[in-house]
Write a new protein. Structure first.
Length: 156
């Protein structure tokens, strides 16, 4: 009954405040603290992993922004926005770059939270996740891979 938990995407000052509330037993909301992409290496150096913490305050995933939003017409699209023939939005990185970041995060036990609004941005995310699944399958999957997936260099 009511709001019981949130995902926080703010930065260090907010995390320090949340820790202070938690230590003083005044944190009344479960908080999953996500890590900005540019701090992935720092999280690795500290040994942070998704899920570390307790039921009130724990580490979440690495946050990535693939594109913008629909309102300001910055979401990455395949077709240009109506009335703006040169504007297809902004793609912050392609699927290959996302794959590399996600692989690095997974190697140290961190998940990914990806903001993708436009159809082109979502297409890139799905391509990156397919590559991650193929990599997992080559390393020894915990569960059988779907039969429709075709991975480069594999016979499936």
């Amino acid at each position: 009954m009511g709001l019981t938990g949130v995902h926080d995407f703010d930065r260090r000052d907010c995390f320090l405040a949340l820790q202070q509330l938690h230590t003083g037993r005044r944190l009344k909301l479960r908080v999953t603290k996500n890590i900005p992409l540019e701090l992935l290496d720092h999280a690795y150096e500290l040994g942070l992993r998704t899920g570390f913490g307790d039921k009130w305050l724990r580490i979440g995933s690495v946050k990535v922004f693939m594109d913008g939003a629909l309102g300001p017409r910055t979401a990455a699209m395949f077709q240009p926005y109506i009335g703006e023939p040169e504007n297809k939005g902004n793609l912050n990185m392609d699927g290959e770059q996302l794959f590399e970041f996600a692989r690095r995060a997974a190697d140290v036990g961190l998940g990914m939270t990806v903001h993708a609004i436009g159809d082109r941005a979502n297409h890139e995310v799905l391509n990156a996740y397919e590559q991650l699944a193929c990599l997992r399958d080559r390393k020894g999957p915990a569960a059988p891979a779907p039969s429709h997936r075709t991975c480069a260099g594999s016979s499936s």
